[in-house]
Design a protein around this ligand. Structure first.
Ligand code: SF4
Ligand code: SF4
Length: 364
């Protein structure tokens, strides 16, 4: 299933509600440009409008006598995977962090949530900060980390119970792991290197909150928080859902049936796909929402504006790749860096010719 941005700059420009939300966000977070990358300014296009627990009450469980030595086994048993949507088993990542021989190990709690259609990480920071702090301390002890940093746009630089908050600029995609590490630690990680093996452990805020729940015997296996949105209207709710729920039913339960809109699911609105009728919520799904029918036109002629290349966080020469594609020349196309693409969708979002340039980059 191919994911693609389900929003473009033009859609925002043509929708008064989305335009207003973007303006407010730009005002709130400023338009500070940093050197290097990321470069794209793509503020939120939705606002939070409540929380819905669709999982319901869990069975009564006795609080557990917590033992740090057993936590890793409990995390493995819980089948917890990275809540950013990567679906990598958390216990394996923690094991690598424990085994890392770096002198000073660092944990970065990723609360960047840079996708313009997601709100649930921000909601967790506002509503579950206690769990996030507790989970961070447990992980720090487990992997013997010397420092824990919470990376977020929501809180200014300060120290909260021993955790350093690193305020992030509002650039997209600041939450991508290597980009986040460079922004927070000013350390460049080569694409062949694995950060955790160098003693830099990055965990999503929801993963950390889940670890705190596991330690307290409160975690519900196979459940997670997601964003459920009607982004045509610019509003969204945070929902707690189970993996066996149908994505379509979750959306209809919250926003009703809306035949004139398209149903999408994915990692966010910069990477989503049309929902299959029987598609379940999975660990990769962060977002379920109603949106517009996308009309990318890859046959349209490139306007040679260079916007795609100027804003690509990985420095890929997107315009050159598009030009080769239009001329049907694929020799030496790899010199433009296409293997570095992280599928952030920025180039497609901004393309002045309405092309899905991310798709073109991934064709080769
Ligand atoms: S080429 Fe890839 S990394 Fe660069 S902006 Fe497009 S999708 Fe993002
Ligand atoms: S943004 Fe679109 S129109 Fe502009 S150079 Fe890139 S591919 Fe061409």
């Amino acid at each position: 299933m191919n994911n693609y941005p389900i929003i473009t700059k033009k859609i925002i420009k043509d929708n008064e509600a989305l335009k207003k939300i973007q303006k407010e966000n730009k005002k709130k977070y400023g338009r500070k440009m940093l050197f290097g990358y990321p470069k794209a300014s793509i503020p939120k296009v939705i606002i939070e409008n409540g929380y819905i627990d669709m999982v319901g009450k869990q069975e009564h469980r006795e609080p557990k006598v917590f033992k740090l030595s057993e936590l890793l086994i409990d995390i493995e048993k819980s089948e917890l995977t990275g809540m950013s949507g990567n679906n990598f088993p958390t216990y394996k990542k923690l094991k690598s962090a424990i085994a890392a021989t770096a002198k000073n190990k660092i944990i970065i709690i990723n609360g960047a949530e840079c996708d313009p259609g997601l709100i649930h990480d921000a909601w967790l920071i506002r509503n579950k900060l206690e769990d996030i702090i507790f989970g961070s301390k447990l992980v720090a002890e487990m992997v013997n980390a010397s420092e824990v940093l919470l990376a977020t746009k929501l809180i200014k630089n300060e120290v909260i119970e021993g955790i350093k908050v690193k305020n992030l600029p509002n650039r997209y995609p600041i939450g991508a792991e290597r980009i986040l590490i460079e922004e927070v630690l000013k350390v460049k990680i080569d694409k062949k290197e694995i950060p955790v093996k160098k003693g830099i452990l990055v965990l999503n805020v929801q993963t950390i909150a889940a670890i705190a729940e596991i330690a307290q015997n409160k975690f519900l296996r196979g459940s997670r928080y997601i964003t459920v949105a009607d982004y045509c209207r610019g509003e969204a709710k945070v929902a707690k859902v189970n993996y066996n729920m149908k994505a379509k039913e979750v959306l209809e339960k919250i926003y009703g049936k809306q035949g004139n809109k398209v149903m999408y699911a994915g990692s966010g609105i910069m990477g989503a796909h049309e929902i299959d009728q029987d598609e379940n919520i999975t660990p990769e799904i962060n977002f379920v929402g109603y949106g517009y029918k996308m009309n990318y036109d890859n046959a349209s002629k490139c306007k040679k504006c260079g916007t795609c290349t100027r804003n690509c966080p990985m420095g890929i020469k997107v315009n050159k790749i598009v030009s080769c594609h239009e001329k049907n020349i694929s020799d030496n196309i790899s010199q433009y860096g296409l293997e570095d693409c992280i599928n952030c969708g920025t180039c497609s979002f901004l393309c002045k010719a309405g092309k899905n340039t991310m798709e073109i980059v991934n064709m080769y």
